[in-house]
Design a protein around this ligand. Structure first.
Ligand SMILES: Cc1ncc(COP(=O)(O)O)c(C=O)c1O
Length: 321
């Protein structure tokens, strides 16, 4: 591989490392505080389009190294889309199959993308996910498959697997530290499986215990795929409250309006979870006024056009369905 000329022998060599980081881009139009530069880490520049490439690669490699992907046995994993897309693409490129268990509310674009990259799809109804009092429907269903047919399926389980955290401890954290030359004062992240926050925060806190870790959550009843609101956080065994300074709860509709602002004013084609993180960062730059902020932008807008039209109807105005 050669990162200088960007010529590679296979797609795996493109996965992010300290030597091949995803870009960090400063906001120039929408940040009201000149004394508090804000940088976006563009995770959609990963080869399969999201932050989840990092966890998916770590989970897959671990299963391979432990010899768990034997002849005839593939993976099963619950996913809101991005993990499934990364995992299916990586797995297929290495000769394995993935059954993705997907809640119905996941945007159509993501379900189709999952099929395009070769995942087998099991879509479960909205009522099942999350099933009140019964945990999370998609997670339980994937566990059931892995238990009932161990000869057919192994489940990496991104919600409980320490490799998810380790992926960010060994890549995202070191990348940010190097890219900011140790100047980072605030990290802004969202919470899904919590692999991103726990791994990145652990690394940065070891480098500088004063780095503030700000998690941004959507209000209850949200439809920001990939994220969990505080009431849903119990599902992730990877959340470590000691690693988070503030949890901000943001009206989920702002995820969509802020994402469109980033597209229109910064040329950053940010998806809704990035929009939500940006809203949280705005609150903090106004409060703290000085600092050096990094926002991890998990994916871009392309997978969310149907959700966007629902929240911002004028985007669809005058267009034939
Ligand atoms: C779009 C999007 N944003 C944010 C996240 C949250 O990342 P993590 O699972 O590492 O907490 C995810 C996770 O699936 C995601 O798909």
């Amino acid at each position: 591989m050669n990162h200088q000329t960007r010529v590679y022998d296979n797609i795996f060599e493109l996965l992010p490392t300290e030597q091949n980081p995803t870009p960090l881009v400063r906001l120039n139009q929408l940040n009201p505080m000149p004394g508090f530069p804000l940088y976006a880490k563009l995770e959609w520049m990963n080869p399969f389009g999201s932050v989840k490439d990092r966890a998916a690669w770590a989970l897959l490699r671990d299963l391979e190294e432990r010899g768990l992907l034997t002849e005839g046995r593939g993976l099963v994993e619950p996913t809101s889309g991005n993990t499934g897309i990364s995992l299916a693409a990586l797995a297929r490129a290495r000769g394995h199959r993935l059954l993705a268990v997907v809640p119905n509310k996941v945007p159509q674009e993501k379900k189709i993308l999952l099929k395009i990259v070769g995942a087998d799809l099991e879509v479960i109804s909205d009522e099942l996910c999350p099933a009140p009092g019964l945990g999370d429907g998609s997670i339980n269903l994937a566990k059931t498959h892995a238990k009932a047919s161990p000869q057919k399926y192994v489940m990496p389980n991104q919600y409980e697997n320490a490799k998810n955290v380790e992926a960010h401890y060994t890549t995202t954290g070191p990348e940010i530290w190097r890219q900011t030359e140790g100047r980072i004062t605030h990290l802004f992240v969202s919470l899904g499986t919590c692999g991103t926050v726990s791994g990145t925060a652990k690394f940065l806190r070891e480098k500088n215990p004063d780095v503030k870790i700000i998690a941004v959550q959507p209000t209850e009843g949200h439809d920001v795929p990939g994220l969990r609101n505080v009431a849903q956080l119990g599902v992730s065994k990877l959340f470590d409250a000691a690693l988070v300074d503030d949890i901000l709860e943001v009206d989920f509709r702002l995820a969509y309006t802020r994402a469109v602002e980033l597209c229109r004013h910064e040329g950053l084609l940010a998806g809704p979870s990035s929009g939500l993180i940006f809203e949280g960062a705005l609150e903090i730059v106004r409060r703290d006024q000085h600092g050096h902020g990094v926002m991890i932008f998990p994916d871009n807008i392309f997978k969310y056009t149907s959700n966007l039209v629902k929240h911002i109807p004028e985007l669809g105005a005058g267009l034939q369905p």
